[in-house]
Design a protein around this ligand. Structure first.
Ligand code: ZN
Length: 378
C-alpha cells in the first residue's frame, strides 16, 4: 500500500535535488527531504541514492495491436508485449491502428488497451486509421470520443502520403469538429493526431485548415515531422506560430533528422521545447520506411538518453518532451507527466552512471526492478 523511495535525485521534470518520495496506493502522497514512516505507516522502503527519478514516459503513438500489413498478410505485426513498454520506462501509452483498418480493428485496439491496463500501465487509444472517413467503434468519431473511456482523440489520420485519402479541407474540418466536440462532451483532449507523410504538400493541408477555420491550434498533433528535411523546416514555422509538433524517435535515415539533432536545433535557435513532443511509432513497420524491421518503443528512451548524454542538452527540457509536454497536449496533466503530490505514482528511476532504466513504478506498482520486469497479479 505504501512505498517510500529514499534519497532519490528528483527531476519533476524540473531538477528538485535529493528527496524522499512517499507513495500511497496509486498516488504520490508526499515529497520532502526526509520522510520517516517508522512510527505510523508500514511502508516498503527502497534506498534509491544511486538513481535519478523521472516521471514515467508517455508515448502517444504506439501500434499496440501491431502495425505493418502493407506488404501483405505476412507482414502483419503482432501485438506488443507490456514488458517492452515497461523496459522502455513508459507508463502511459496511446495505442493507434495506423494504415491497416482491415487486419486490425478498433475493438481489438480497445481490448489491447484494457489488457495493458491490467498489466499495470495506463493505456488510451485514438479512434481511426489513415483514411477519411476513419474506422470507428460506434460509427462516429464524435461518439467514440464522447462515450468510450479510453478514446481520447482521432488518429492517426494520414495527410500528404500516397497511403492517405488526401482528405479535402472540408473533410478535415468535419473530422476536427467531431474530435473537438467529442472531446468537450467526454471531457477529453479531443485531439486530431495526424500522420504526415513524405508527400509534396507536407503540413500545408493542416495550415490551410487552420487559416480557413477557427479550430484551436492546440487540438492538432501532427507527427513524423522529422522524417525529411523540408517537412522539418515547415514544422519549425508551424511551431513558431504556436502549433504542437511531434517527432518520431529512432529516425536514422539520410532524408530524416534524428530527434536529438532536432531538439538541439530548437534549443540553439532559442525556440525552446515547449509544445514539442516525441513518440516512438513503436511496433509499427520499422523506422525510415524500412518495411522489414519492427520499430521499437525503446527508441524513445534511446533518443532521450542520446540527447542528454551525447548532445549535452539540458535534461529537464528533453525530459519534458516525453513527459509533461505530452501530458499537456493530451490533457492528462497534472495526473500524468509530473512527479508531484497528488499525481499518479508513475515513476521511472534510472541509474545515475548508466542513465538506463533500473526501476519503474506505474500507478503505485513496481513493474521493473534491477532491470527485470515484474508482472503484477491479475
Ligand atoms: Zn504514422
Amino acid at each position: 500500500m505504501f512505498k517510500l523511495l529514499k534519497n532519490v535525485e528528483l527531476y519533476t521534470p524540473e531538477y528538485a535535488g535529493k528527496q524522499d518520495i512517499l507513495i500511497a496506493f496509486d498516488k504520490i502522497a508526499q515529497i520532502s527531504e526526509s520522510i520517516d514512516t517508522s512510527m505510523s505507516l508500514q511502508a516498503e522502503i527502497r534506498d534509491c541514492s544511486d538513481m535519478f527519478a523521472f516521471p514515467g514516459f508517455i508515448d502517444q503513438h504506439v501500434h499496440i495491436t501491431g502495425g505493418g500489413g502493407e506488404q501483405g498478410p505476412k507482414s502483419i505485426i503482432g501485438p506488443l508485449d507490456a514488458a517492452e513498454l515497461i523496459k522502455a520506462g513508459i507508463t502511459t501509452v496511446v495505442g493507434i491502428l495506423g494504415d491497416d483498418g482491415v487486419g486490425k480493428s478498433m475493438q481489438g485496439l480497445l481490448m489491447k488497451a484494457r489488457s495493458l491496463d491490467a498489466d499495470g500501465l495506463t493505456a488510451y487509444t485514438y479512434t481511426g486509421n489513415y483514411g477519411v472517413p476513419p474506422v470507428t467503434i460506434t460509427g462516429r468519431v464524435l461518439t467514440d470520443i464522447a462515450i468510450i473511456d479510453k478514446v481520447i482523440g482521432a488518429g492517426e489520420i494520414a495527410i500528404s502520403d500516397f497511403r492517405s485519402s488526401y482528405p479535402t479541407r472540408d473533410e478535415l474540418a468535419k473530422l476536427a469538429h467531431e474530435a473537438v466536440t467529442g472531446g468537450m462532451l467526454g471531457r477529453k483532449a479531443g485531439v486530431v493526431h495526424l500522420h504526415v507523410g513524405d508527400g509534396k504538400s507536407g503540413l500545408q493541408p493542416l495550415v490551410d485548415l487552420l487559416e480557413a477555420t477557427d479550430f484551436p491550434v492546440s487540438m492538432f498533433v501532427p507527427t513524423h515531422l522529422n522524417r525529411n528535411k523540408n517537412l522539418f523546416e515547415q514544422a519549425l514555422q508551424y511551431h513558431s506560430n504556436g502549433g504542437s509538433i511531434d517527432l518520431t524517435a529512432g529516425e536514422n535515415t539520410d532524408d530524416g533528422i534524428s530527434v536529438p539533432e532536432c531538439l538541439s536545433r530548437l534549443i540553439n535557435m532559442g525556440t525552446g521545447l515547449e509544445n514539442v513532443t516525441v513518440s516512438s511509432d513503436g511496433n509499427g513497420s520499422g523506422a525510415g520506411d524500412s518495411q522489414t524491421e519492427v520499430g521499437s518503443v525503446m527508441a524513445l528512451f534511446n533518443d532521450f538518453r542520446t540527447a542528454v548524454m551525447d548532445n549535452g542538452l539540458p535534461l529537464p527540457q528533453v525530459l519534458k518532451t516525453v513527459t509533461e509536454n505530452v501530458a499537456r497536449v493530451l490533457k492528462l496533466y497534472p495526473a500524468k507527466g509530473r512527479i508531484a503530490v497528488g499525481s499518479d505514482a508513475d515513476i521511472l528511476m534510472v541509474g545515475k552512471a548508466s542513465l538506463m532504466p533500473e526501476m519503474l513504478i506505474s500507478r503505485g506498482n513496481i513493474l521493473l526492478e534491477g532491470g527485470n520486469v515484474i508482472s503484477i497479479p491479475n
